[in-house]
Write a protein that binds this ligand. Structure first.
Ligand code: CP3
Length: 355
């Protein structure tokens, strides 16, 4: 195995993810590539649909680089989607205009067996994503790090069972309560597929990875232990064993009080905070143990001006003295004026006043 890169030579974002404290924080934004950028809309129009866009290395690498060219973030996040994994497992996935994702729902253990039978070829179907990673890695500015990602098993399972986004998650929860062993089969399948998929991204050149658990916050404590903590722990352990120096970021959106158990028990290197996590709590209970990332309200990036400035200052004054990567509490919204993102990048370049 090659020697790990001495940290002093690593890119700013990677050093921050390893816990180094910086006077101006490393930053990137979830959904930094997307509809708020006119150049994204132009590139998207070249593909026949959203899945084809994600699986076209030329278009996907171009989209990954677009926000970095404009705003010089410290990280580029691979352009793809968490629903490529169900697609690769053979579950039909479509994105309908104004409706979000539509999947043919998985209703029972028999449907899971069918997916398992297809799992052997799944990584092959995701090869174009590895090619996108290779292209971006070759074209990035020297101090910009490339982040890979996947959906966490619980969140991906919600889309697979509900057939799309849900209000009450009645179907997926009913499945998990009624037939926990059958549902565990789906979570295990996704856990293995996610380990293979993220390993392929890292091998192709991703320098850190984020697990998006966007619906972690809708579970009871028992459900959270079984369907969020446990699979995340397995994924983090498998990646650590193969790639000991590659930081793993976990984003258990909405986890509330359970953020602390997630941070301690999953083995992730960094926790990404949603907008509702109090920065003081994050400083006192999380940042003492690991680096944190977050958590500006994405709506402030639509509003801009003084409201944005004040909130950025406040957040940096609480979290900026410890290991911290600046990000949003959720993704950039399509209504965001690009000039507000530019203004935020300028604010973050100013060093934090000592206090
Ligand atoms: O962050 C980035 O810039 C990288 C690319 C990325 C996308 N989706 C592109 C995308 C990432 C990291 C994701 C993650 C993702 N995808 C999540 C987890 C993060 C979160 O938002 O909670 C989830 C739940 C999905 C599933 C998904 N993809 C939904 C529900 C939708 C429809 C809603 C919407 O915003 O349109 C998507 C589509 C999607 N994924 C778009 C983009 C740029 C918009 C597609 C378009 O061009 O119309």
């Amino acid at each position: 195995m090659p020697d790990p890169i001495p940290l002093i030579q690593a890119k700013s974002l990677i050093r921050a993810l390893h816990g180094e404290v910086h006077a101006s924080p490393a930053f990137w934004f979830m959904r930094q590539a997307g509809r708020y950028l006119p150049e994204y809309r132009q590139t998207r129009a070249k593909a026949k649909d959203f899945i084809s866009l994600c699986l076209d290395p030329e278009l996907a690498s171009e989209i990954t680089l677009q926000p970095v060219r404009r705003f010089a973030m410290d990280g580029a996040i691979l352009f793809a989607d968490i629903l490529l994994v169900p697609h690769a497992l053979g579950q039909p996935v479509a994105f309908k205009e104004g409706e979000g994702p539509v999947l043919t729902p998985i209703a029972d253990a028999a449907a899971i067996d069918n997916l398992k039978a297809a799992a052997g070829d799944a990584l092959g179907r995701l090869q174009p994503v590895a090619e996108t990673v290779r292209r971006v890695a070759a074209d990035l500015p020297l101090d910009t790090a490339l982040l890979g990602f996947a959906g966490a098993p619980w969140t991906v399972a919600t889309y697979m069972v509900e057939g799309g986004t849900s209000r009450d998650f009645r179907l997926v929860k009913s499945f998990a309560y009624r037939d926990p062993r059958g549902f565990a089969g789906l979570i295990e399948l996704l856990t293995e597929a996610t380990i293979a998929y993220l390993s392929a991204q890292i091998t192709a050149g991703a320098e850190a990875v984020q697990l998006f658990d966007s619906w972690a916050g809708i579970l009871s404590e028992t459900g959270f232990e079984r369907w969020v903590i446990e699979p995340t722990r397995k994924i983090a352990a498998a990646l650590k064993q193969r790639f000991p120096t590659v930081p793993v970021i976990g984003f258990p959106r909405g986890a509330g009080l359970l953020y602390e158990r997630y941070a301690v028990e999953t083995g992730v290197d960094v926790v990404s905070l949603d907008t509702a996590v109090p920065p003081g709590f994050a400083r006192d209970r999380l940042q003492t143990r690991l680096a944190v990332q977050g958590n500006l309200d994405p709506v402030l990036l639509i509003v801009g001006g003084a409201a944005l400035e004040v909130a950025v200052k406040e957040l940096r004054s609480v979290l900026g003295h410890g290991p911290f990567v600046f990000n949003l509490g959720h993704g950039v919204l399509p209504q965001t004026p690009p000039e507000n993102v530019a203004a935020l990048a300028r604010l973050l370049a100013e060093p934090l006043a000592a206090s």
